[in-house]
Write a protein that binds this ligand. Structure first.
Ligand code: ATP
Ligand code: MG
Length: 277
């Protein structure tokens, strides 16, 4: 018997009030431990799809199942617990810029605290130790006591990963986590994200513009176009022809992100920053 998927999209559709059909009858499963990359040009519906998972957006039709249970009826405490199980990583990092890196990571634990303890940031010693461990694993131990706004973009996003992991999530959703980073930092960040998810057995759904990164990091790739699922397969099956046919529109040059120049520049970050290995 196959295990229950971590996530199932079941004929999911989302039509916004202005009539835009952003997600159009999408169905696929994400298996436990899988590192799934969602690609698609701007406006394909990637963010809308991801936000239906933790109910930041209400679907119009269909369902999302998390570990086999519909997320749609969840309210109050049950919804908070769902959101605790799902770590989010954002394009713009969403760190508290004036707080220390360590405090930003500890924010990931807030869902486990009630009332004044969480409000005043009185974290259990075990949580502080766990947060430090995560920072070490992400090569950020020397940054732990710096203010978040003193870090480079790549380091900030590694803090974003650390905060999501500190939540002890079962699933990580990352919406364009490297869209604000240069190619070298992008590879570094995706390398760390993949490594830590694999080590901890966390399922990941990562949306990316760059097909090259999908090929390099994904276990499996799903492509969307105009709200519809147009490809679901292994990275190796995402040939240039397929990318052109299924994913790009004629003359849509803005989507050809990984130029030869960018790929050549995509060398690992300098050793001082640490690498994913
Ligand atoms: N709040 C909204 N109201 C109306 N239309 C919206 C809203 N949010 C998004 N859309 C539209 O829904 C479609 C899908 O948008 P979405 O942001 O999900 O795409 P995306 O794949 O994440 O794009 P990008 O790569 O630019 O982030 C687009 O046509 C977009 O203009
Ligand atoms: Mg988006």
């Amino acid at each position: 018997m196959s295990p229950t998927p971590t996530l199932s999209f079941v004929n999911l559709s989302k039509r916004y009030r202005d009539g835009t059909l952003a997600v159009d009858d999408v169905s696929f499963d994400v298996q436990p431990g899988e590192f799934l990359v969602l690609v698609g040009r701007s406006g394909a519906g990637k963010s809308t799809l991801l936000r239906c998972v933790n109910r930041l957006i209400e679907p119009t039709e269909g369902d999302v199942l998390f570990e086999g249970r519909s997320v749609r009826p969840l309210r109050g405490r049950a919804l908070r617990e769902l959101r605790r199980d799902i770590g989010m990583i954002f394009q713009e990092f969403n760190l508290v810029r004036r707080k220390r890196v360590l405090d930003n990571v500890l924010h990931g634990r807030l869902g486990y605290y009630q009332g004044v303890r969480g409000a005043v940031g009185a974290f259990a010693r075990s949580d502080v130790e766990a947060a430090v461990d995560i920072l070490v694993r992400l090569g950020l131990d020397e940054q732990a006591l710096k203010r978040a706004d003193q870090l480079s973009g790549g380091q900030k996003q590694r803090v974003g990963i650390a905060r999501a992991i500190a939540q002890s999530p079962k699933l990580v959703l990352a919406d364009e986590p490297v869209a604000s980073l240069d190619p070298a930092s992008s590879e570094n960040v995706l390398g760390f994200l993949r490594k830590i998810c694999k080590e901890d057995g966390i399922t990941a759904v990562v949306s990316l513009h760059q097909v090259e990164y999908a090929r390099e990091f994904a276990d499996r790739v799903v492509a969307m176009k105009g709200g519809r699922l147009v490809f679901d397969g292994l990275p190796g099956e995402l040939t240039d022809e397929r990318v052109k046919d299924l994913y790009f529109q004629e003359g849509a040059e803005d989507e050809v992100v990984a130029s030869p120049r960018q790929l050549a520049a995509a060398a690992p970050e300098p050793p001082a920053e640490g690498g994913p290995g």
